[in-house]
Write a protein that binds this ligand. Structure first.
Ligand code: AMP
Ligand code: MG
Length: 330
């Protein structure tokens, strides 16, 4: 299958720009499109065969459910049962936006593989004109995980999607770089108080300002997954990644140590290290593309500097810990 890339001007909502994507999704195919977080790989969430193609293209484990994207709060409410007042308030406050709400799914609406047989479904309204134009034109809920090969860094550019999905999907809508660069905050509304299963751009404090106290999942740094996706390797480049305190003396010593063994080292940090063999910037917007750039080098080892002050809200730390599989350089 050849993979076509269509450049989409996000400010122009023309029928012909979207016709092909709409046709593919309505007929059970998959299309990659930009959202404000990362690029998504979308299919009709009511069609099990279509959704199966997402799992196949990504190599995603079947027990890891997908987030469903809809074009409005009203559409979301149509698909779930027992919507709480708190959920409604969050929809008003943060949608369209980078907050996924886990709610009780109405029976027999979504294909079983979307929810991995759970009774709950994760839903959000993306805040990106291309994603919204597509959703409004398709008039179907779209299941869309990040458009990367499972285990690899999420795509923040259409080029990243092409790299992973060439020959596997028919179409990529290229809307330029994604704005946030990190996946949505996932909040489980079926527990009381609600629980953050995955930190993201929308913080605990912002949510608490709207609905009062919530919790972080105790599993954020642990091993017992409440959100099925938590137990899998994530965001990993080819070379092993190690966390290191973002302290210039420490990092310089580490670089020297690795190079002393005849190995090449790439450093991801907010400050530059000219003595490293490769250096890439580290910020929410550049995290995934920097991890991907490491794969284009012959670095044997990757060091990522982490600030000494951090908390659970720190979605960067959450993603870095996963990329490093919690390994610290010592
Ligand atoms: P991705 O689409 O790759 O960004 O990953 C979506 C994340 O949301 C994964 O960590 C999933 O495990 C999680 N998720 C999606 N649906 C549910 C659900 N119904 N219950 C718990 N976690 C979910
Ligand atoms: Mg993902």
């Amino acid at each position: 299958m050849s993979t076509e890339v269509i450049l989409v001007d996000k400010n122009v909502n023309k029928e012909e720009t979207y016709a092909q994507a709409v046709g593919i999704i309505r007929s059970g195919g998959i299309v990659a499109f930009p959202t404000e977080t990362v690029y998504g790989l979308g299919a009709d969430a009511t069609n099990a065969e279509a959704v199966g193609k997402i799992f196949e293209a990504k190599g995603r484990p079947a027990d890891n459910p997908l987030i469903v994207h809809v074009d409005s709060k009203e559409a979301a409410i149509n698909y779930v049962d027992d919507v709480s007042d708190k959920a409604l308030k969050l929809m008003d406050a943060f949608w369209p936006g980078a907050l996924t709400l886990i709610m009780k799914s109405k029976p027999r609406i979504f294909a079983q593989n979307v929810t991995a047989d759970l009774e709950t479904v994760g839903i959000r309204v993306p805040n990106h004109p291309v994603a919204l134009n597509l959703l409004k034109r398709v008039q179907l809920p779209i299941a869309a995980p990040s458009a990367n090969t499972s285990g690899k860094p999420s795509p923040t550019l259409a080029e990243h999607v092409y790299h992973d999905m060439e020959q596997k999907i028919p179409l990529i809508l290229d809307g330029g770089p994604t704005k946030i660069g990190i996946e949505s905050t996932v909040l489980d509304m079926t527990s009381e108080p609600p629980v953050i299963l995955r930190p993201g751009n929308v913080t605990k404090e912002q949510i608490e300002n709207v609905i009062g106290t919530i919790r972080f999942s105790a599993d954020l740094h642990g091993n017992v997954p409440k959100s099925p996706g938590m137990k899998y390797t994530h965001y990993a480049p080819e070379a092993p990644v190690y966390l290191i305190e973002d302290d210039s003396k420490l990092i310089r010593k580490a670089i020297e140590h690795v190079q002393g063994k005849g190995k090449k080292v790439a450093v991801l940090s907010s400050t530059e290290y000219p003595e490293a063999d490769f250096h890439f910037p580290l910020s929410p917007e550049t995290l995934y593309s920097s991890l991907r750039k490491c794969d284009m080098t012959d670095a044997d080892l990757i060091l990522t500097g982490v600030p000494s002050e951090r908390d659970d809200n720190d979605f960067m730390m959450n993603r870095l810990e996963k990329a490093a599989d919690h390994k610290w350089f010592s």
